[in-house]
Design a protein around this ligand. Structure first.
Ligand SMILES: [Fe+2]
Length: 628
């Protein structure tokens, strides 16, 4: 069983591409089914069977080793492929489709009761006015739209494909991107109204699969090795890509335009009024590679710092986009020696912060990561200063800033990655359940029976202080061992600058271990400049800081939280946290608004939504008037 799934980043495309090398090597030699496929393909090419088989093998290996999306034009350069007419190609595709339809059967994956709100919903079809708000929206709350992105699989849910090759499964992150939007509108008399809409992000592959009106891409991320290889190749040759374009992770604004993103592809422009999808954002052809889900606006200049990781060289490229969003003004290959699945990039006033982390994809497992790099804003590989730190897994940076000779990096850190390696065995539910349990007090990585300790997915807010002069590194856990937290957010006006406060979603370890997927049962506010006076009595180690908690009612869980700054704010925490919260007992979703200055108090408002909003990824609040 080859398993590389997990409820996280779509960077797993890169994982499967590298693991595909292993898979191919492991099963290629004795796998007669592939031989049948090869002969089928060859017979379709109107003669020259042997040469075409050779071309097919070259192409197959090419696909196995590298990314496929932008490689299709390169593939067409293979000499034996050039003379294949469109007619023959079309006929070939039809026969391959028939082959897939006759051999593969799509079946629904089982869903536990505790997993129901991970199931997809349909598009509601129009903007719906909302009544029944509880509480009041303050006058200094900005008009705007709160949008959250997330995975929402087509065809009713995640599928498995069963065939003579075995079984392969979609994993949770493979759902198509769906945007859920709540609009906050105020009339000239100051009266608020609210409306909701949701729409798919219409990627190229979304439109293609809708046109075919049936599941088309075979699951290729998790399952039996022969099945993975078969689905991998069949997807590649039928569609030119191993997997779909899934723009399902985040939304962001730059230069007055708005984008949906997942880091295995380019950002796609969206219309936040209608939630329509526009074109890919390739910066006039200057950026034709993956694009991070977490670009950062540089303090002072307003330029957008981006990066893209890939499974083939160049593995990690940093870019800087002009403040107006029209031009890529800097691009540098970091020249890493192997692919890493970095999900986030940090900025300070002068530097870009590169986490050479969190995962190194290897044949046997996913190792924890490596050094942290500090790169001048317009630097190159030679100008990066690398700092060796304790091994870590980090998906999300909370903030970075400079303090004298030091560069401070604050981020969410766990001992293991939520994206597991092939060694996680056949029981992923058990694997997740063990990982989500509260952190073990032991520092040993394995228990007496040689199995990994409970709580290996426990995530804290960690601080690294990197001295640019002495190269010294100081590291500490800021949030302790009681609360596991991720999806950090700050007042974005402080990105790259010293900030006093941070906010996170807190994992409900018990609910998550029962469900086998992450559920967030509360929010936390972190006071970076105030030590926790009760730390010793709470059993914390190190010097954890003061934290406050906003706990939801039982069986209520949030996603997509974001900070909304108050109009005319004078202090960093003048604002609110907004979050999509689902009540699993009533099956009703709300958007809640929590006062950042009265964090443990009741929400100032709860806005009921006209339909269930499944758990998803990141959200953002975009002001839509000139009140900014
Ligand atoms: Fe993320």
């Amino acid at each position: 069983m080859l398993c590389i799934g997990g409820p996280y980043s779509s960077c797993m495309l890169a994982a499967v591409l590298n693991l595909g090398v292993f898979t191919a090597a492991a099963v290629f030699a004795g796998w007669f089914g592939l031989g049948v496929l090869l002969q089928l393909w060859a017979m379709l090419q109107d003669g020259g069977c042997i040469m075409m088989v050779d071309a097919f093998l070259q192409a197959a290996l090419y696909y196995c080793y590298g990314r496929v999306g932008w490689m299709s034009t390169e593939l067409e350069k293979i000499p034996m492929m050039i003379n294949v007419s469109k007619t023959i190609k079309s006929a070939t595709l039809r026969i391959l489709d028939a082959f897939v339809d006759s051999i593969f059967q799509f079946v629904d994956q089982p869903v536990l009761p505790s997993q129901r709100n991970f199931l997809p919903v349909e598009e509601i079809g129009h903007i719906v006015q909302i009544e029944g708000i509880v509480g009041e929206i303050p006058a200094d709350f900005p008009e705007g739209v709160y949008i959250r992105n997330g995975a929402n699989p087509l065809w009713g849910g995640l599928k498995s494909a069963i065939s003579v090759f075995g079984r392969s499964n979609h994993v949770w992150i493979e759902g198509e991107g769906m945007l859920h939007a709540l609009y906050f509108t105020k009339d000239i008399n100051g009266n608020w109204s609210f409306s909701y809409n949701n729409r798919f992000v219409e990627s190229q592959t979304f439109k293609m699969e809708k046109q075919r009106n049936k599941p088309s891409y075979l699951p290729a991320l998790e399952g039996d090795s022969p099945a993975i290889l078969a689905t991998f190749l069949l997807n590649a040759f039928r569609f030119g890509d191993v997997n779909k374009i899934l723009s399902n992770t985040n939304v962001f604004e730059h230069g007055g335009k708005y984008y949906s993103i997942a880091e295995n592809y380019l950002a796609q422009e969206i219309d936040i009024s209608s939630l329509s999808t526009f074109d890919d954002w390739d910066l006039c052809g200057a950026w034709c590679r993956p694009f991070t889900s977490h670009p950062k606006k540089a303090p002072g200049t307003g330029e957008l710092v981006i990066m893209g990781v890939d499974a083939v060289k160049p593995y990690y490229v940093v870019g800087v986009v002009s403040a107006d969003g029209k031009k890529l003004i800097h691009k540098a290959d970091v020249k890493l020696e192997r692919s890493t699945l970095a999900h986030d990039i940090g900025v300070t006033q002068k530097y870009n912060i590169i986490l050479d982390y969190p995962l190194i994809i290897d044949v046997y497992r996913l190792f924890r990561g490596g050094p942290i790099g500090v790169m001048p804003r317009y630097g190159d590989a030679d100008s990066i200063r690398w700092f060796n730190v304790e091994s870590y897994c980090t998906f999300h940076i909370l903030n970075c800033f400079e303090d004298g000779d030091e560069v401070i990096v604050r981020a969410c850190k766990s001992n293991e990655s939520i994206i597991p390696g092939p060694d996680w065995g056949i029981d992923k539910f058990k694997w997740f359940s063990k990982g989500f349990k509260p952190l073990s007090t032991s520092t040993e990585e394995e228990d007496d029976n040689g199995s990994i300790k409970d709580g290996f997915l426990f995530t804290c807010v960690n601080e690294w202080r990197l001295n640019m002069e002495t190269r010294e590194v100081k590291e500490r856990n800021l949030s302790g061992t009681e609360y596991s937290m991720d999806f950090p957010m700050i007042n974005e006006g402080y990105t790259g600058l010293r900030c006093k406060y941070g906010y996170t979603q807190v994992i409900d370890s018990e609910a998550s271990s029962i469900c086998g997927k992450t559920k967030y049962g509360s929010l936390a506010k972190l006071y970076f400049e105030e030590p926790d006076s009760l730390a010793s009595s709470k059993g914390h180690f190190g010097n954890p800081i003061k934290m406050e908690h906003h706990k939801f009612a039982k069986n209520n869980f949030c996603t997509g939280s974001a900070f909304v700054s108050k109009l005319g704010a004078s202090k960093e925490d003048d604002g609110w946290i907004v979050a999509f919260v689902h009540d699993e007992d009533t099956d009703i979703s709300h958007v809640i608004i929590v006062d950042a200055k009265n964090f443990e108090g009741e929400p100032i408002a709860k806005i009921p939504l006209p339909q269930r909003v499944p758990y998803g990824h990141h959200g953002a609040y975009f002001q839509t008037t000139s009140q900014r």
